[in-house]
Ligand binder design. Structure first.
Ligand code: NAD
Length: 497
């Protein structure tokens, strides 16, 4: 029997106030119902925000090392449940089991990092310009954090936000993507099992327009951390402006891999297959453009097509599957539309380009891994995020031109260059406009303890991951202690002799 899931608000598992529900189905087989979930609205969000606000008054006073101890337990529970969580994730969003295991592992890494950060959260002591005076700056919690997440990393992305937010002493109202609500519910169960108090974590399921909007617009939510499309990110930014809340936006990408004529082509090919078709191309860091030096262009395309044709589509739970389905029908249609646009623009399909039929794929949202050649920088398939298994190949004459093509997009998340020449590699490091660059490695593969985020319309300047995310989830408080026993005036006393 499919499970009936609920919201978790103010320490209780509850239905939506409206009593409405929505279904979550397996994208590899839409006959399979994963569960039904509450279709919540503003009234559910209001209640969750009230609970989070009340819980903040006690949670903020728990010493950070103690909050870190809970995070360590969170990591331990995730380790114990890793395989079960990975299987649940594959069922609800389709990516292959090795990748969903990696997704859970990223959450585990983030939990243990947060555990350690509980004993750091470093502030600074700084000399005062006046005698008998101590200056310091310390990190303090902010308040209620609204967390809005996408479906493509259903465990990793919520943990990137929720773990550091809690560790810093904030409380949470969490709205996961409605395509992956089961994994999100498991995450809440894990937090509770590890000892996060009632009210400090609240989950409200439902649509972006209803639940997401209600969180972002809520005057008592102090900050919003959002990962999703650039289009929705802009709306969130505009809406949050009315209450001047702090907003972190991690948005879309149009990432490129450059392969120079001196590169190890075998290595570049392995990286490309992983970067372009891993997670069915549905990663914000997916390689969706390949920029090939003209001297190796034809040879590399030949090698690439040969391998792409061998990729096996299917249910991600099967060990024989290389590439899972698109997340839903809408995404499959988007991919199909972009393929038609590419053809109309004059690009040439060298493999794929269709919805596959047969061999048990009829009941899933599959799309054949697709490669376009003869793509020009001005084509829409070279500029817009497709978010599917489609690779656009562009030809270049030189490193400068390759970098120019790579930078010619509104996005700036990840990038990659394959070359054996250290001078070329470091010129790319300097000149590529992206938050992340890989040398001789694919555009995907971020590690949890490193800063993660992009430039231009990929975000608004914040970074997740590692130590940098703690800047977003804490506020600096500056403390001056004057133990001189008299009035001392900064900027004046030292200059008034
Ligand atoms: P999306 O923008 O459609 O939705 C993301 C979340 O926002 C979902 O929970 C959704 O319900 C909610 N939402 C939708 N409209 C809203 C509104 N008006 N107000 C508040 N919330 C709203 O994105 P998606 O389809 O879930 O994910 C794919 C996108 O996410 C891609 O563009 C991808 O590049 C991006 N992404 C970025 C990163 C990153 O770190 N930069 C990581 C993963 C995914």
């Amino acid at each position: 029997m499919p499970k009936k899931f609920q919201n978790f608000i103010a320490g209780k598992w509850v239905d939506a106030r409206s009593g409405k529900t929505f279904e979550n189905r397996n994208p590899a087989n839409w006959d399979e119902l994963v569960g039904t979930f509450p279709k919540s609205g503003k009234e559910d969000v209001d209640e969750a925000v009230r609970a989070a606000r009340a819980a903040h008054e006690t949670w903020r006073l728990v010493p950070a090392p103690k909050r870190g101890d809970i995070m360590r337990k969170v990591g331990d529970v995730m380790v114990a449940r890793k395989e079960e969580l990975a299987r649940q994730m594959t069922r609800e969003m389709g990516k292959v089991l090795t990748e969903t295991r990696g997704d859970v592992q990223e959450g585990i890494d983030t939990a243990y990092y947060a555990a350690g950060e509980g004993r750091r959260l470093f502030g600074k002591t700084v000399p005062s310009e006046l005698p008998d005076k101590l200056n310091m700056a310390m990190r303090v919690p902010i308040g209620v954090a609204g967390i809005v997440t996408p479906w493509n990393f259903p465990m990793a992305i919520p943990t990137w936000k929720i773990f550091p937010a809690l560790l810093c002493g904030n409380t949470i109202v969490f709205k996961p993507a409605s395509d992956t609500p089961a994994t999100a519910t498991s995450l809440v169960e894990i937090l509770l099992e590890a000892g996060i108090p009632a009210g400090a974590i609240n989950i409200v399921h439902g649509g972006g327009a209803e639940v997401g909007n209600a969180i972002v617009g809520h005057p008592d939510v102090d900050l919003v951390s959002f990962t999703g499309s650039t289009e929705v990110g802009k709306k969130i930014s505009a809406m949050a402006a009315s209450t001047l809340k702090r907003v972190s936006l991690e948005l879309g990408g149009k990432n490129a891999q450059i392969v120079m004529d001196d590169a190890d082509l075998g290595l570049a090919l392995e990286g490309l297959l992983w970067g372009a078709f891993g997670t069915t191309g549905q990663r914000c860091t997916a390689t969706s453009r390949l920029i090939l030096h003209e001297k190796i262009h034809d040879k590399f395309i030949g090698m690439l097509v040969d391998r792409v044709k061998k990729l096996r589509l299917g249910d991600g739970l099967l060990p024989t599957t290389d590439v899972g389905p698109c997340i839903n029908q809408g995404q499959q249609e988007t991919v199909k539309n972009y393929v038609e646009i590419g053809v109309q623009e004059g690009a040439r399909i060298v493999t794929g380009g269709d919805i596959p039929r047969g061999s048990g794929l009829e009941k899933g949202w599959f799309f054949s891994p697709t490669v376009f050649e003869n793509v020009k920088p001005e084509h829409r398939i070279a500029k817009e995020e497709i978010f599917g298994p489609v690779l656009s190949v562009l030809k270049t004459k030189s490193l400068d031109e390759a970098i120019h093509i790579l930078n010619d997009t509104i996005y700036g998340l990840s990038s990659s260059i394959y070359t054996a020449d250290v001078n070329r590699a470091f010129r790319a490091v300097r000149d590529v406009k992206a938050g992340i660059i890989y040398i001789n490695a694919p555009t995907i593969g971020a590690e949890a303890h490193m800063p993660f985020g992009g430039v231009k319309q990929t975000g608004n300047g914040h970074r997740e991951g590692g130590w940098t995310v703690y800047d977003f989830f804490s506020e600096w408080k500056t403390v001056y202690v004057d133990y001189s026993g008299g009035l001392q005036r900064a900027q004046i006393d030292n200059y008034n002799e």
